[in-house]
Design a protein around this ligand. Structure first.
Ligand SMILES: Nc1ncnc2c1ncn2[C@@H]1O[C@H](COP(=O)(O)OP(=O)(O)OP(=O)(O)O)[C@@H](O)[C@H]1O
Ligand SMILES: [Mg+2]
Length: 249
């Protein structure tokens, strides 16, 4: 399998006095794979997600996407590569520009790959429809939507360009059950069709079991568990994993 993303010995400290949030973590994500990241609140899942996406620079170590250091993804020459790595945040406000219409926001990741604006509009209509968003969504701005609708718009923006990798940090947690199922099905469908890889952060064990091929568990800066989903759920090795599973039972 093709490796898309690698993190090699990455460490992140957020304060001088506290122990590091991430301590020399190493991981890989392959094309077509869903890697779930579990861990109690405050164990660094969001910090890891942001570091993998190149939004935060690690104190040590390196993250590469298709062999390119993610800190270089901002360069003009890497525009297509950048579109191929998308992130869905816990807080959808941070990923949507209030001044842009939704149509403009969703066209951005398509500019590099679909030249014709009518074709772009069709693609955007199709993903908005799949996410059960109103037909006039494209002309409106983020503040005109509910929190749940905004989250769906952020998801649409991440998926519209059919990226190679999506890092999803509690992307569906705030959505009601039927919308959540719809989003998960879209992710699975894209994965089957395009080989989408996912880094999937969720505290919902049922969703993780349904979605993930592989699971890692974070505790005190380290990966304390790493294995195939069924194995982790049925025969957890680490104390932290057993705690999480017990809390969810
Ligand atoms: N800006 C910051 N400055 C200092 N410490 C921070 C900052 N942001 C997060 N932290 C600390 O870093 C640690 C990891 O936070 P992070 O948000 O990555 O955890 P998380 O696993 O995503 O938690 P949750 O499940 O609640 O979303 C926490 O202990 C938190 O207190
Ligand atoms: Mg978090």
């Amino acid at each position: 399998m093709t490796t898309l993303l690698t993190a090699q010995d990455i460490s992140v400290s957020l304060s001088r006095t506290a122990p590091p949030v991430l301590a020399e973590l190493t991981l890989e994500v392959a094309q077509g794979e869903t890697l779930a990241v579990l861990g109690a609140s405050g164990t660094g899942k969001t910090t890891l997600a942001r570091t993998l996406a190149g939004l935060r620079h690690p104190d040590t170590g390196r993250v590469t996407f298709r062999g390119v250091d993610v800190r270089h993804l901002g360069a003009r020459t890497h525009r297509a590569l950048r579109c191929d790595l998308q992130m869905i945040f816990q807080d959808p406000y941070s990923s949507l520009d209030p001044r842009q219409t939704i149509g403009q926001a969703l066209a951005e990741p398509l500019l590099a790959r679909i030249q014709d604006s009518a074709s772009r509009t069709l693609r955007i209509e199709s993903i908005l429809h799949a996410l059960a968003l109103p037909a006039d969504t494209q002309a409106r701005r983020p503040h005109e939507f509910s929190g749940g609708q905004r989250q769906r718009i952020a998801i649409a923006r991440a998926l519209v360009g059919e990226p190679a990798l999506v890092i999803a940090d509690e992307a569906v947690s705030a959505l009601d059950a039927s919308v959540q199922a719809r989003v998960l099905n879209i992710l699975l469908e894209q994965q089957r069709r395009t080989g989408l890889a996912l880094v999937f952060i969720s505290h919902d064990m049922a969703v993780v079991r349904h979605m993930a091929h592989r699971v890692i568990v974070l505790d005190k800066g380290h990966i304390v568990e790493d294995g195939p989903t069924e194995k982790v759920f049925t025969a957890p090795q680490a104390v932290a994993t057993r705690r999480l599973l017990q809390a969810a039972a």
